[in-house]
Design a protein around this ligand. Structure first.
Ligand code: NAP
Length: 269
């Protein structure tokens, strides 16, 4: 696997935490030239300081801002000459029932998780086509099964997958590889960073992070799937089970999902 990424230019959005950070670590170790972004300057500075002698380009950029997404891609091409692989990983979640949530929460989650991927892909596309490269969307099991309290998150991942499937078909003749990956529960910062009903980070979770797949393991699966040019990747037993159940027994999936996400009538956060 590591030989596959040697000298490839890879953009990973949201590379300062969780799955994105694990991808950046693995790709640099594998000899890739890596560009990444996040909204927090200090986290990017720490990442850059960890890899002084590696090919790492970092930039403060919010992918939901079209100009910042364009500048991330343009500066990557200026620094490294091209883009071979784009991993649209940056994402946030939410915790609020529709009756309580401001529409701003829904817009914000769609702007980052869906439009962020659209902007980065649009500006990298010419170079990816020239290099017969790869476009990846980091989706979720929520891209196959809508989840209560995470309605905008689910919508953003369904949108991402439908959009990637469409462009995959558009790009078939150009030999560009398009793939979406759906991690199950993964230990990361996503639950504490999730937006509450007022679009503020709610900063707490009552789920057990210790029982989840590690971000490092998810990164390993994603990189292997890229090197093997897989179409999709669904991770964890629980994740595969949910996708299967929702496809063939949707009413049962409604019941199980409700039971899992509401405890004593309260939404699980
Ligand atoms: N963890 C899970 O259980 C899980 C399961 C399925 C799918 N996923 C998906 O995996 C991806 C990564 O999530 P994670 O769990 O690793 O989350 P995480 O630990 O919260 O990391 C998210 C990363 O994205 C960056 N980011 C967030 N919003 C951004 C924006 N607007 N512009 C640029 N960067 C932004 C964050 O940095 P800043 O905050 O500094 O910007 C951070 O580096 C997401 O797409 C998520 O939906 C996660």
């Amino acid at each position: 696997m590591s030989a596959y990424f040697k000298d490839k230019v890879v953009v990973v959005t949201g590379g300062t935490d969780g799955i994105g950070k694990a991808l950046v670590d693995d790709l640099l170790q594998a000899g890739a030239k890596v560009a990444t972004c996040g909204r927090d300057h200090d986290k990017l500075y720490r990442l850059q300081a960890t890899y002084p002698s590696y090919h790492l380009h970092t930039m403060v950029a919010d992918v939901s801002n079209e100009n910042e997404a364009r500048r991330l891609i343009e500066s990557t091409i200026r620094n490294f000459g091209k883009v071979d692989i784009l991993i649209n990983n940056a994402g946030i979640s939410m915790r609020a029932l529709l009756k309580d949530a401001s529409t701003e929460v829904i817009r914000r989650v769609m702007d980052i998780n869906f439009f962020g991927a659209v902007y980065c892909t649009k500006y990298a596309l010419e170079s990816i086509i020239e290099n017969k490269g790869t476009i990846v969307g980091v989706s979720s099991i929520a891209g196959y099964r809508g989840l209560p309290g995470r309605s905008a998150y689910s919508a953003s991942k369904y949108a991402l997958q439908g959009w990637l499937e469409a462009i995959k078909t558009e790009l078939m003749d150009s030999k560009v590889h398009v793939m979406w990956v759906c991690p199950g529960f993964t230990t990361s910062n996503i639950r504490t960073a999730a937006l509450d009903k007022d679009a503020q980070s709610h900063g707490e979770t009552n789920m057990d992070e210790g029982k989840m797949m590690s971000a490092e393991e998810v990164s390993g699966h994603i990189l292997k799937a890229i090197s093997k040019k897989k179409r999709t990747l669904v991770l964890t037993f629980q994740g595969k089970e949910t996708v299967f159940l929702n496809k063939f027994f949707p009413k049962l999936a409604d019941w199980f999902t409700h039971r899992f996400y509401f405890k004593n009538g309260e939404l699980v956060k």
